[in-house]
Design a protein around this ligand. Structure first.
Ligand SMILES: [Ca+2]
Length: 145
């Protein structure tokens, strides 16, 4: 069962600021959250090694990897290639920008296995409405070499 955010236009009076109404969750389970990241996270909204490969028609992890090429766990999505490693770890769920709609905080690792490139960043993802992509609304670099 898919349960996305309610539309922004729904009366926010239904939810106390800082709390999230039950129909404003990104997904019911954390595994579903990881599937949302796989299928609907617009990678162009963050700065990663995917950057040069992203086009209008190719912007989701599901455009780059078949389902059996990634691993989805309840709080974690990983991609292991011969020369590259990506992970998306769920750190927190909550309404971090106080708009009544749930957001998720993800720690993303973007690492070359045969080079020195390594970036770990914390990103906050949300959906702006039920039909929209999952997008990043903030990001900060935790580690870079
Ligand atoms: Ca929010």
């Amino acid at each position: 069962m898919k349960r996305y955010f309610s539309l922004l236009l729904l009366p926010l009076a239904m939810s106390v600021q800082g709390q999230i109404s039950s129909d404003s969750h990104l997904a019911n389970s954390t595994t579903e959250l990881m599937v949302q990241i796989y299928k609907h996270f617009d990678l162009s909204t963050i700065d990663t090694s995917f950057g040069p490969s992203i086009t209008d028609d190719k912007k989701y992890l599901s455009d780059f990897y078949a389902r059996d090429e990634i691993s989805i766990h309840p709080n974690r999505l990983t991609i292991e290639e011969e020369d590259w490693f990506y992970s998306f770890d769920l750190k927190a769920r909550g309404d971090f920008n106080n708009d009544g709609i749930e957001d998720i905080k993800i720690e993303m690792t973007d690492q070359a296995l045969k080079g020195i490139y390594l970036t770990i960043c914390e990103i906050v993802l949300t959906k702006l409405d039920e039909a929209s992509d999952v997008v990043s609304i903030s990001s900060s670099t935790l580690y870079k070499r």
